[in-house]
Design a protein around this ligand. Sequence first.
Ligand code: FES
Length: 104
Amino acid sequence: MPRVSIAGTEKIFEVKDGEVIYDALSDRGEDLPHGCLAGSCGACRIDVIEGMDNLAPPTFIENNTLEAIREEFTQKHGKDFLTGKNLRLACRARVKGDVVIKPI
Ligand code: FES
């Protein structure tokens, strides 16, 4: 089973292949930051520290929201803020293998 780990903690969750990160962790008692749970608000944004290739590709709506988040972060924090970060939305990203994530 794939594992989702939260960086900077000892929390590791075994999830089912294809489960959405937010749903999987919520079902296991871990409440990640969230808002709409529909891929449009960006409140559930995470940095994928390890295992970016172990997530299913983002959908159209996730890509649109991620682009808006990138623009917002760049305006607020400068163009280097996102360097080295792998943004995804926890309410949309489906797990295919082990990942390490960090809410941002
Ligand atoms: S909770 Fe709104 S985009 Fe995920």
